[in-house]
Design a binder for this molecule. Sequence first.
Ligand code: HEC
Ligand code: HEC
Length: 361
Amino acid sequence: MHKQAFAAALALAVLTAAPCVRAQTGDTKTAGEVYKNITELKDTPADQLTPAMQFIASSLGVECGFCHVQGKMEADDKPAKRTARQMMAMTAMINKTSFGGRQQITCYSCHHGSSHPAGMPPVLESDAPMRSEAAAAPRPSGAGATVDEILAKYVEAVGGADAIRKVSSRTMKGEILTGGNQTPIDLFTKAPNQRISISHMGNADSYTAFDGTAGWLGTAGRPARAMTTAESAAAGLDAEFYLPLRLKEIYPQLRRGRPEEVGGVECEVLNGSAPGHPSVRLYFEKTTGLLLRMVRYADTPMGRMPTQIDYADYRNSGGAKVPFRWTLSRPNGRFTIQISEMKVNLPIDDARFRKPEGEVR
Ligand code: HEC
Ligand code: HEC
């Protein structure tokens, strides 16, 4: 992939990792106030417009240019944009009249990644036998482990609470892997919840950070930008230094879901939602107890967007096990971070995590 395109893909993947939190502040501007030509989304918070657009593009399997004239986003020149506006009204109407206002039908329900929804079931492409009913039936969930047991096993699996608390900072070097590209990355994390990653792409370093309260993004030579409330909540979860010990506090209402397989490995599943935090679905390997996957959800005005993080290569580092490799996948982007070097308990100044005034150096 071209460097620029890669940078854009990566930035998008980071920027859109926004969770399921609506802007709550009363002084938030609406999309109608901020943008030039908005009718359907005029009353939604302005910072929800971009996530809504990304949801639409992913649902139809198209790029922004399918509906927009580049550099003139407000123009209604393309018929697809006008159709899309009608489709927004239609979708809202279906949900209102048939589903009591709940967002059950979205663009994706019909479009499934195509601009022209299929109206007919497809013919069989091979003469393989139809799936038997037994295979399709949901597996019984059984009695199984309780939420507390699953969490306790996770804490044990990574070394136990005491070992976890002995580490209070991690300084990492590694690479971002995507589409055959490798980009060096430095990561600094500090208890209880500070994190900054710096990717070294060409000559412009880019920053993604959470200072313990709020997140920011930046590229060297340009002013840093504060994350939206929703982006901050997602970044805050990533920054949780003692995540295994904190899950129950962050999500007091964790519920057990039906066990599922992740890459052929049987997992216990927990679902959590809490105000101010993204809704999550957590997958713990049944045999080892380790967290293999976290899916978090971002509410957009058009529907929910998932962000999936798969954790791998757990290694002992300073007495506690942490993943040295993780893959972040979204409908519109995917990359893997592989850590090659991790040092624990080096002093890291809080200032390192703070959003710079003015341009990022
Ligand atoms: C399937 C069509 C479609 C796609 C794809 C699409 N948009 Fe839009 N976009 C719209 C429609 C329709 C509106 C107007 C919404 C309204 O009236 O409430 C809009 C409005 C906007 C606006 C507001 C412009 C203004 O000032 O009035 C921006 C910015 C925007 N889109 C960005 C994007 C971006 C970025 C992407 C790609 C991630 C994208 N859109 C993909 C249909 C689309
Ligand atoms: C209930 C099913 C359904 C839902 C929900 C739906 N669509 Fe469609 N959409 C269709 C069908 C069917 C067509 C094709 C019409 C045709 O072929 O003339 C279509 C066509 C379109 C087109 C025109 C494609 C082209 O090539 O010009 C756009 C753009 C579009 N939809 C956007 C959306 C957006 C955005 C949403 C969500 C807000 C959405 N649709 C939700 C059924 C749906």
